[in-house]
Design a protein around this ligand. Structure first.
Ligand SMILES: *[C@@H]1O[C@H](CO)[C@@H](O)[C@H](O)[C@H]1NC(C)=O
Length: 127
């Protein structure tokens, strides 16, 4: 059995309006068996209609957008077999992939709002 160690980082972020908001990713590290389910948690706190993003950062690479939820159907499909479901009632946006691969070992960022913090080494993401 292969194991992946996936550091999951919650980040500060900014929004153009000043309402209180945040994201939490309770698991600092997530271990997944090869061909197993990869699930990365993310709960948000935001009073309005959130824009939610999952980014990945592979070793020595920049941030890459996996998927985003802006509005519409809550189940979002992204690249590399990743999906995430927006659950408004539970204020969550969990990232899932049904058969994780070694190459999925990376840092994952759940981001609320329209901007990726520069401290993460990413470019700004404009809507
Ligand atoms: C986070 O999301 C999960 C899954 O949707 C939900 O069960 C839980 O209540 C949420 N936690 C908080 C603190 O909102």
């Amino acid at each position: 059995m292969f194991l992946l160690l996936i550091p999951v980082l919650g980040l500060p972020f900014s929004l153009r309006d000043a309402r209180a908001q945040s994201v939490t990713q309770p698991d600092k590290h997530v271990t997944v068996s090869e061909e197993g389910l990869l699930e990365l948690k993310c709960n948000y706190s935001y009073s309005g209609a959130p824009y939610l993003f999952w980014y990945v950062q592979y070793p020595s690479q920049g941030l890459q957008l996996l998927l985003k939820y802006l509005s519409g159907p809550p189940l979002v499909e992204g690249i590399k077999g990743f999906k995430a479901e927006f659950k408004k009632d539970e204020t969550s946006f969990y990232l899932r992939k049904t058969s994780a691969l070694w190459s999925d070992s990376a840092k994952y960022f759940c981001v609320l709002g329209d901007t990726v913090p520069k401290s993460a080494g990413g470019a700004e993401h404009k809507l």
